[in-house]
Design a protein around this ligand. Structure first.
Ligand code: FVH
Length: 292
C-alpha cells in the first residue's frame, strides 16, 4: 500500500466501534465500503460518502482490505464463512474482541483460504478513536502490519506485539482483567462504606487518591515476580497480609465479600504451602495454575 490516502477499505460491522472506525477512514479520504447485518445502520455512513453493500460478498470484493469489527469470534465466522473462499489474495484485519486462541484459529483459518490476517485489540472507546489517547494492539504477520500501518495509524497509536496472532488479544484481556478486578474492589469498598450510609460518590472521592497512590507498588511487585525471589527485603509478608478480618467485616456489614475473599484465597493457598513469611507478590504463584 504505497498511497495510504487512496487505500480502499471494507468495514464489516457498524456497531458503535465499527461505525467510528469507518467514519475516521472516510474523514481521512479513504474509499470505504461498509456492510452490517442490520442494513439500516449503514445510513449515516452512506450520507458521509461510504458505499453501503447489500451483501457481505459484495463488500469484501470491493477492496483488498477487509476490517471485521463484529460482536465476537462466532459472529466473525457467521459473517465470513460463506464468503471467505472468494477473498483469496486479500487481507483481513480482525479487531473484534476474541480470546487469544480464537484469534489464532482465525489466523489459521484465513491462511487456509489464502487470506492474509492481522489481529487487532482496541484499547479505546469509540470517542477516543482518532485521538492521541487511543491505543490499538496488533499481532500476527509483521509484513501485514507494516503494509497496513498507514491505515492503522488513522485510528490510534498502533503497537505491534509479535508474530503470534493471539498476543494482541492476550495483552488486551490481561489489561482488562486488571481493570475489572480493580473496579470490583472499588465497588466492594463502596458497598462496605455504603452500609454505614456513605454515598458511593463520597467513597470515590476518598478512594481515588489512596488507590492511585498505591499503584507505585506495581513496579515493585513486578520486579519481585521477575526476579523470582519472594523473600526480598522490604515486602509485606503473606502472614501480615491475611485479609480474613476484611472478609469478616464485610460479612458483618451485610456485604458479600467476594472480591476480597478471592484475594484471601490466593494468600491462604501460599500460606498453606509454607510461604507465609514471603512477600505478598507470591500470590502470583497461586494464579499460575499452569505451573502447579
Ligand atoms: N465499544 C467499545 O468501547 C469497545 C472497545 C474495545 C473493543 N470493543 C470490541 O469491538 C467489537 C465491536 O464493538 P461495538 O462497540 O461496535 O459493538 P456493538 O455496538 O454491540 O456492535 C456489534 C456489531 O456486531 C454485529 N453483529 C453481532 N452479531 C452478529 C452476527 N451474528 N453476525 C453479523 N453481525 C453481527 C452487530 O450487527 P447488528 O446487530 O447491528 O445487526 C453490530 O454491527 C466487539 O468485539 C467489542 O468487544 C469495543
Amino acid at each position: 500500500m504505497t498511497d495510504p490516502g487512496s487505500t480502499g477499505v471494507t468495514v464489516l460491522g457498524l456497531g458503535a466501534m465499527g461505525s467510528t472506525l469507518a467514519a475516521t477512514l472516510l474523514d481521512a479520504g479513504h474509499d470505504v465500503t461498509v456492510w452490517n447485518r442490520s442494513p439500516e445502520r449503514a445510513a449515516g455512513l452512506s450520507a458521509r460518502g461510504a458505499e453501503a453493500a447489500a451483501a457481505v460478498g459484495t463488500a469484501v470484493a470491493a477492496h483488498p482490505l477487509t476490517v471485521a469489527c463484529l460482536l465476537d469470534h462466532a459472529s466473525v465466522h457467521e459473517t465470513l464463512d460463506p464468503v471467505i473462499a472468494g477473498m483469496r489474495g486479500s487481507t483481513l484485519l480482525n479487531v473484534t474482541t476474541t480470546t487469544p486462541n480464537e484469534a489464532r484459529e482465525l489466523d489459521t483459518w484465513a491462511a487456509g483460504h489464502g487470506v492474509r490476517y492481522l489481529d487487532g485489540a482496541i484499547m479505546a472507546t469509540p470517542s477516543m478513536i482518532g485521538t492521541p489517547e487511543a491505543s490499538i494492539l496488533y499481532s500476527g504477520s509483521a509484513e501485514v502490519f507494516a503494509d497496513l500501518r498507514p491505515v492503522l495509524d488513522r485510528w490510534a497509536t498502533s503497537t505491534y506485539d509479535g508474530e503470534d496472532s493471539g498476543l494482541a488479544s492476550l495483552f488486551d484481556l490481561a489489561m482488562l482483567s486488571g481493570m475489572y478486578t480493580m473496579f470490583a474492589g472499588f465497588l466492594h469498598g463502596a458497598a462496605m462504606a455504603g452500609s454505614a450510609g456513605m454515598t458511593a460518590t463520597e467513597f470515590a472521592a476518598r478512594a481515588t487518591p489512596f488507590l492511585s497512590a498505591m499503584t507505585f507498588a506495581f513496579a515493585h511487585d513486578a520486579a519481585v515476580v521477575d526476579g523470582g525471589d519472594y523473600t526480598v527485603a522490604g515486602q509485606q509478608s503473606l502472614d501480615f497480609s491475611d485479609l480474613s478480618h476484611i472478609v469478616r467485616a464485610s460479612e458483618e456489614q451485610g456485604v458479600a465479600p467476594v472480591p476480597v475473599a478471592a484475594v484471601q484465597e490466593l494468600i491462604s493457598k501460599q500460606i498453606a504451602q509454607g510461604y507465609g513469611a514471603e512477600g505478598f507478590a507470591r500470590i502470583y504463584e497461586s494464579l499460575r495454575t499452569d505451573r502447579t
